[in-house]
Design a protein around this ligand. Structure first.
Ligand SMILES: [Zn+2]
Ligand SMILES: [Zn+2]
Length: 211
């Protein structure tokens, strides 16, 4: 089952241009089985998601993307809005208490732009990023990142023995599905999604491999 785990829609994410209804049409066209709506700091209302999913044949799950002092975190299984910037320790505790799952989103975004590339950051050095001590997984495929940036995330995940998820991080409709996560089992509910994440029964897949 193919799920794009990382999508932003308008108006809940102010930076996104994606109308939720257009999103559904695009997901149907791409033949994805499901999507996760991961708005910034705000969770969708379950009734509204059910309304959107109804008769579309697509599974729609809710997540969140929280900004912390150690970068952005994709969170599943924590059903609350947190408006302020969080310390990663605090968020990690909240997620653990809720039995949720936390993924380091685009952990090496801009690592070349900021000149770390010139300093030749090794995989070993990248593994020491503080955020990675707190996460259940690393986003190893993000549709907004360069191949180098995704590659670094994949190598770091391998070295740390952490699972790798993927999602488009779409902010425009044409970006949907550039990356997805393939789950071994059929997932029907948000609880099952969190269970399958914890069980590690998934793999990252690039859009080119299935579109
Ligand atoms: Zn982000
Ligand atoms: Zn995002």
């Amino acid at each position: 089952m193919r799920i794009d785990l990382h999508i932003h829609t308008s108006p809940r994410s102010a930076c996104s241009y994606i109308d939720p209804h257009e999103l559904i049409q695009e997901v149907q066209r791409l033949k994805l089985d499901g999507i996760c709506l991961t708005e910034h700091q705000v969770i969708w209302d379950s009734d509204e998601v059910n309304e959107l999913a109804r008769e579309s044949g697509i599974k729609i799950f809710r997540g969140n993307e929280f900004t912390t002092n150690q970068g952005d975190m994709l969170v599943f299984g924590l059903y609350k809005d947190i408006k302020e910037l969080m310390m990663i320790q605090e968020l990690s505790e909240e997620v653990k208490t809720a039995g949720g799952y936390m993924i380091a989103a685009h952990p090496f975004r801009g690592f070349k732009t900021f000149g770390i590339g010139q300093l030749q950051m090794t995989v070993e050095q990248a593994c020491r990023r503080k955020a990675l001590e707190f996460v259940d997984a690393i986003e190893v495929g993000n549709g907004k990142l360069s191949p180098d940036e995704n590659d670094m995330a994949r190598k770091v995940a391998q070295k740390l023995g952490l699972p790798g998820t993927a999602g488009s991080d779409a902010h425009r409709v044409d970006e949907v599905g550039r990356w997805a996560t393939v789950f071994e089992k059929e997932i029907h509910t948000e609880l099952e999604l969190v269970q399958e994440l914890h069980a590690g029964r998934f793999a990252a897949i690039k859009g080119e491999e299935y579109l």
